[in-house]
Write a protein that binds this ligand. Structure first.
Ligand code: RIB
Ligand code: CA
Length: 338
């Protein structure tokens, strides 16, 4: 697909997710920087009735936070997740800048608006009141311990701010599934760092130093989840507004990857943490201890992933995804978008 998709995609009817027969749904907060792969991850989450999506919090990352917040609201509207009179999955705007550095964006890989080839539109509903970090604290601390999971799909600035505001959050949170880091695969924004960690290495270091139950889906795993032509075509063939949106984002990534990186199929990063929350068996995880380089300019944002307890010298409190079932991830995306 080469030309720009103009105009607003048809909107899905308001979703009224019926429970899937599960006794309880997983309460979830998604923190993201849409962003074309964030957009696919949001479609995956919006269409998964297993989640009680408490909030979408947005951060400056791929594009500035004003655009990531607009894009999250736009995608929620495409998915029909808002019904007249009330606003499901409220979108909160968060940090515009990393904790101590100046934001570096990734518009080459996401388009100037963060929406790939899609023309953005002004969504019907505004952002919810309040800062994303405050929303994270309020939503997690007001619910039973370990009952709220997070998927963090951009720089970890908002979560770091929330943990600074309320340190008890670390023990209160359920699993924190993070797209970030690189070990065996090397970096994507620099030779040794993955973008989300590189963008705010201090935030990542602070989050990882707490007792939060962090599961990292770095490039070692996400590079195994490739948007091949067949997989993109299968999503597009579903024909729904959500599928058309996800398909357009995947097409944009396919073109960019071929042009900039020379790969024929782009890795699909941000849906991986969300897919794990839905179907953990799609990924193999290893206990580890992850530390982040924050001093060196050359290796800023490098994730030092130690699997050896004897070498780590402290408990292996993190988990690192070492394998991913790409077909399984795409099957979940098709289920959500169909
Ligand atoms: O390195 C990939 C990550 O950086 C993804 O989250 C993508 O959206 C960008 O933010
Ligand atoms: Ca992202």
């Amino acid at each position: 697909m080469t030309g720009r998709i103009t105009g607003q995609l048809a909107l899905a009817p308001a979703r009224d997710p019926a429970h899937t027969g599960r006794v309880t749904r997983q309460a979830l907060i998604i923190d993201c920087d849409p962003g074309v792969d964030d957009a696919v991850a949001l479609m995956l989450a919006f269409g998964a009735d297993e989640f009680e999506l408490l909030a979408v919090t947005t951060v400056g990352g791929n594009v500035p936070v004003e655009k990531t917040a607009r894009n999250a609201r736009m995608l929620r509207q495409v998915a029909g997740l808002q019904k007249p009179g009330h606003d499901e999955a409220p979108v909160f705007m968060g940090a515009a800048q990393p904790l101590v550095r100046t934001l570096g964006t990734a518009t080459d890989f996401h388009g100037p608006e963060g929406t790939g080839d899609l023309e953005p539109f002004e969504p019907d509903l505004p952002c919810a009141d309040g800062h994303a970090a405050d929303a994270i604290v309020d939503l997690v601390m007001s619910r039973p311990a370990k009952s709220v999971a997070m998927a963090v799909l951009g720089p970890m600035t908002n979560l770091a701010l929330a943990l600074r505001k309320e340190p008890a959050l670390a023990e209160r949170l359920g699993p924190v599934a993070v797209m970030g880091g690189a070990r065996a695969e090397g970096g994507n924004i620099t030779a040794s760092a993955e973008f989300n960690i590189w963008a705010d290495p201090e935030a990542a270091a602070e989050v990882l130093a707490t007792g939060a139950e962090v599961v990292l889906f770095g490039l070692d795993a996400t590079h195994q989840v490739r948007a091949t032509e067949d997989r993109i075509a299968a999503v597009e063939a579903l024909g729904t507004p959500m599928a058309k949106t996800a398909g357009a984002m995947l097409r944009f990534s396919q073109r960019v990857e071929r042009t900039i990186v020379g790969w024929d199929a782009s890795p699909l990063h941000d849906p991986c943490p969300v897919a794990w929350l839905l179907k953990p068996e799609l990924f193999e995880l290893k206990p580890c201890l992850v530390k982040v380089e924050t001093e060196s300019d050359l290796t800023r944002g490098h994730t030092a992933v130690e699997f050896r307890q004897a070498v780590a010298g402290e408990p292996l409190k993190h988990r690192w995804a070492v394998t991913a079932d790409a077909d399984g991830v795409f099957a979940l995306i098709a289920r959500s978008c169909g």
